[in-house]
Design a protein around this ligand. Sequence first.
Ligand code: ADP
Length: 980
Amino acid sequence: MITFGELSVKNKLVAVVLLTNALVLLAVGAALVVNETHSQRKAAQAQLVTLANVISANTVSALLFNDLKAAEQNLAVLRAKPDVPYALIDDPQEKTLVEYRAVELTDEQRNGIWRWRQELEKEPNPREVTAEQTSLSKAGLLGVQGQMLAVKVPILQANQLLGHVEIYSDLRELSENLYRYYWILSGLLLGSLALAALLAAWFQTMISKPILRLRAAMGEIASTRDYAVRVERTTEDELGALVDGFNDMLAQVQRRDAELATYNARLEATVATRTHSLASANMELQLTVQELSDARQRAEAASQAKSQFLANMSHEIRTPMNGVLGMAELLLETDLQPKQRRFAEVIQQSGAGLLGIINDVLDFSKIEAGKLELEKTDFEAQTVVEAVTTLFAESVERKGLELLCALPPEPIAVRGDPGRLRQVLTNLVSNAVKFTRQGEIVARLAVLNVADSYTLHSYTLRFEVHDTGIGIPRHLQERIFNAFDQADGSMTRRFGGTGLGLAIARQLVELMGGVLTVRSSEGQGSTFGFTLRLERAAQPLAQPVDTNALRGVRVLVVDDNATNRQILHHQLQAWGMRNDGVASGHDALACLRAAQTSADPYVIALLDEVMVGMGGLELAAVIQDDPQLRDLKLVLLTSSSLPGAIQEQARQIGVSQQLHKPVRMAQLRQCLCHLLRGEIGQGGRDAVASPPEGVESALEWRDVRVLLVEDNLVNQEVAKATLAHFHCAVAVANHGQEAIDWLGQHTCDLVLMDCQMPVMDGFQAAACIRARERAALAETGQSVHLPIIALTAHAISGDRERCLAAGMDDYLSKPFAREDLTAVLERWLPASARLLAEISPSVASSLPAANDDLPVIGIEPESSIDQGVLAKIRVLESSGAIGLLARVIALYLQEAPLLIERMRRALEMHDGESLRTVAHSLKSSSANVGAMKLHGLCKELESWAQRGQMADTTGWIVLIEQEFLTARALLRQELPANPD
Ligand code: ADP
């Protein structure tokens, strides 16, 4: 059902008007009906009473004369009143005299009349009846049909009651009148309502029309978005104002729209312009990007070409350099005239210098290309600094400078790249030496911080190189770190150099996590320094040294250089030594004598060789001449290796020990310990330097066979000769294919593989060897790994990776020094194959040419003992290794039976790997004592074990045992006191 709220405005208006009208009309109608009914009834009553009175008056005479007829005629007039159905005249006793009855009296009327008569009879007879005395039925005012009005009027004659007139009216007329009246009223009401509806419909249009129009306009705008639509104003009232407001609003919207459209258009124009310029900028950008990309490609190609050029250049220069340096080194080891030696030395030095420049250029390009990678190995920081300063001892001495090392006393074992650190320090010290005319150079290492947390174990170390040289003007102090920049262009002429050293050093330091800086003032000197945080080495590199013997010992340091005095003071103090320092010989003598008389004499005096006034030697002589001071142990700190005669003179004067400056801490400590233990006699009678000056340690790998794969004949010669120093057997292949073929037939312990070769290069050959090893593993289940060391003149980044990727194990950059090869052999050959010997250069040169007595591959020696090998050991003995032969033989005789026993056990257990290792071990120790037959047998056993051929080996071990007994008998003869 629709509620009022849901009706449209129009219907609401109509409904309101109609409802109001209907209510009003109903109220008015009801009032009229009530009023009309009331007045009509009153009138009817009055009329009936009047009628009764008239009849009563007319009947008086008839009753007086008892003329009932006339009385009846009087009643007969009632015929004119159709609504009177019954009337009567009675006597005073209420006995009906005459009656009037309407013809058609209904039963209902009759019953009603009868009931009324009963009522009227109960009432006292009225003398005079008024309208009020008429009675109406109780049914209501309206006198509905069936209701009766009764009037009883007395008939009086001079106050004598003659009777009564009773008239009964059924109010028919009244009812008819009232009905008519109702009808008319109803008609009027309906007519009014209809009129009201019409008027409402007409009026509502005046109100709803503008609203509807507004609604229609809104609908249209909503669907068409046309804000030009306007609603016509038809009234002046609030609706008119509403329409105006609506139109105004539309106008504003339209104006906004127009403005918006204008803005839009402007914006679009701007956007179009911008888009256009952006498009052109984009185009330009694309072009630029393209150009840049082209340029980058060109630059990359150029850089690659540069790298390639550097690689090639390095290869091309290093290959002949290898020959030059290697041959010069070998040449220097032969007997040469002094003049020839000098020439050879110059060749070697110039070669080394040239190699340094090539290395610098390569390093620089490597760093520039971001291809330089740092190593991570454990090393002792002091050792690096000391090693660097030692390198310059000679040049410093030539220039008359002091080169000092100030180091912390405790060993600092760290993890990092010692090679690169050495390179940086070498550059700094080399510059310091180069740019200092007089004074001192101090290489300093200080521990700034030790982090020892749960997760972090590191040292923060400060490295500094200080000099008292020419200094660098402030404005040039940054520039010198640029590549190819020197503080002063004229320096190149004066001092040489490429201007690359500091650029490389700074970048290396940065790679290590530090910053290389300089403090300098012109004419005063410079201090270059950097701070590094280095991880601690996992384990201490050296056993802690026992310095208890030094504790409390009184030492006098005599040196005119205050810095050196200070450094020595700190070092001696760190070992618990009581020490004083004086600057001159005179002060020293005074001090020594004073101490002597105070009963607390100095035990050791460290004398600087070169001092203003009294020099070290002179002072030593004075001391020795003084009987009081003769017990004093003297250590001479020399700036150079003294010429033999002076050295001898020093010994004779009574100098116990001579140490080279910069003095290595370990060396000094060891020297002091020896002195105190009395191991070094006074006066140099059995003076042995520690380590003995000029004596170097050499390693030998006698039973090792190395396959050298190299196409260059000179390089072959150099490598062969260098390997000969280590007593390795060498087989040579000219290219990769030859090496592969050779390896198909033979075995070896290590391969030195050149990378660039004709037919098959080193990378392919290495890959091929590894593939074979894998195939062998799959076939026999035995894992064999032949160490392959790349030899390359390509010292640029990426080579190492390429070599490793090809399956090689290590990398040796040509030209390689003997130490480099030693390091590689040490790393890759079994420790059991190594023999340590000490040889002095003089002894080395007196050794038979290494090449001549190379064990010849494949040929077994006839004799059980090779006397040549024993002779070599004897030569070593004569150079200081006293009792070496006896020691070696005794050790061998002790060890060999145990090894043979282990061989047996390995065979019983079918443990091929152990058998191989033990055979190898006995093979190499046999070679060390010249038991070459035994060596050959062991070698064979080793290769069988390696191939897993264990079946035939039982008999072989018996052979080995027999051969050992033979060899033992022969070797025992070599022992000074035969244990038997
Ligand atoms: P160079 O090979 O020319 O020595 P470096 O890069 O090592 O190249 O040094 C660049 C320049 O810095 C040197 O030419 C010199 O002018 C200046 N320089 C470096 N170290 C020192 C120093 N200790 N004292 C004075 N000048 C120095």
